[in-house]
Write a protein that binds this ligand. Sequence first.
Ligand code: SAH
Length: 399
Amino acid sequence: MNQEINLTLKPEYVEKYREGYPLLLKEAIADWSKVEKEGSVLTLFDERKKFVAKGYYGLQNKGHGWILSLDKDEKIDVDYFAKRIKSAIEYRADFFSDETTTAFRVFNAEGDGVGGLSIDYFEGFYLLTWYSIGIYEHKAEILEALQQTTNYKGIYQKKRFDAKGMYLDDADDFVCGEHAPAPLIVKESGVNFAIYLDDGAMVGVFLDQRAVRKAIRDTYAKGKTVLNTFSYTGAFSVFAAVGGASKTTSVDLAKRSLGKTSEQFSINGIDPEEQDIIVEDVFNYFNYAVRKKFLFDMVVLDPPSFARSKKHTFSASKDYVKLLKEAVQITNKGGVIVASTNAANFSMMTFRDFIFKAFKELKCKYTVLESYSLPKDFRVSDKFQEGNYLKVVFIRKLN
Ligand code: SAH
C-alpha cells in the first residue's frame, strides 16, 4: 500500500495547480521531508488548508511527481486508473478500428492524466513504459485496470527509472498473457514493421513519426534519392522506398541497425541489397559525402537530442545549425531536407531560427513546405505544452 501524505503548496504555486498544471515541481513545496517513499500519494493544500490537488511522488528529470486529480474525494485505486485508461481508449477509437495501422500510443502520460506512464499498442499487445519508481509502485493497480479495460493478447513493460529516463535492463519486459512473436509484424499506414517487445530499450519504431513517414511516402519520395541519417531501423527509408524512391541510403552508428534495416525492407518486399545501409558516424559520413560531392534529392535528419560517439558529442540545442549546414551542402537544388528533433528544451520557433541561421550562413535560399508536431495519439495536455516535444520541418532548398 502506498502512503498518503498531506503537503502544503507555496502560495505562489497554488493558482498554477488549481488551473490544472500537471507536473509537481520540487520548488512548489517547501517541506519534502515528510515524503519518504516514491509512489506516495500526495494531497496538496493551500496555506489555509483548502484542498488543491492530489498527485504522487516520483522522481524524474522533469520533477518530483505528477498531479492525478483535482477532486478531493478521488481515491487513487484500480477504478481511478481504469477510468483514465478507458477514456484514453475512447479518444483513440479511430485507431482501434483502422486495419492499416495496428501500432499506436494508447496512453500518453500527463496528456491522458497520469504523468510518468505511457502505454503503446502493437497488434493486440500492450507495452507499458514506467518513467519513475513512483509510478511503478502503482503497477498492481494499473495492470489490473488495463486488464479490465482491454482485450489484450499479452502485456509487456519497459522501466525507464533513472533521472535520464534510461532503460533498466533487468530482463523482465514480459508481464502477462501470451508471449509476442519475435518479430511481431505490425502495420503502419499499410506498411509492415518488425517489432521486438522483449529486446532492450527500443522496440523497432518510434510511433510519433507516423504522419511524417506517410508524407514522405505519399508526397515526396517518388523517383528521388534519399539519405536517411540517424536511421535506426530505417523506418523513413522503408517509407521512401515504398513510395518509389529511386534509392535510399541509411546511416546509423549502431551495428544492430544494419540487420534491423535489412529486415524492415525485406518484410515489405524490397530487396535490401538494392539499398545502401551504412554503419558509420553521421558526422564522418557527412565529411565523406561533401568531399565526394554527393548530392541527394532528400535528406532526413533525425538525431537524438543528445548523443556522444567516439569522436563527437552532439546536442540538438547547440549543434543543430551545424548539422543542417552539412545537410544543405549535400542536397540538390530543389531538394528537400526533413529536419526533425525530439528535444524538449527548445520550441518550434527556436527550431525555425536554427533553419534560418543555417541557410543564411551558407547564403542559400529555402522555403518551408510544411511542419509536424505530435500526432493525435500522442495526446498533449493543454496545460503542459512542454509535453509537445516533436518538431519536424520539411524544407525545400531553392538554389
Ligand atoms: N530516425 C530514426 C530514429 C532515430 S533514433 C527513426 O525514425 O526510427 C537515434 C539513432 O541515432 C540511434 O539509432 C543511434 O544509434 C543513432 N546515432 C546516435 N549518434 C549517432 C551518430 N553520431 N552517427 C550515427 N548515428 C547515430
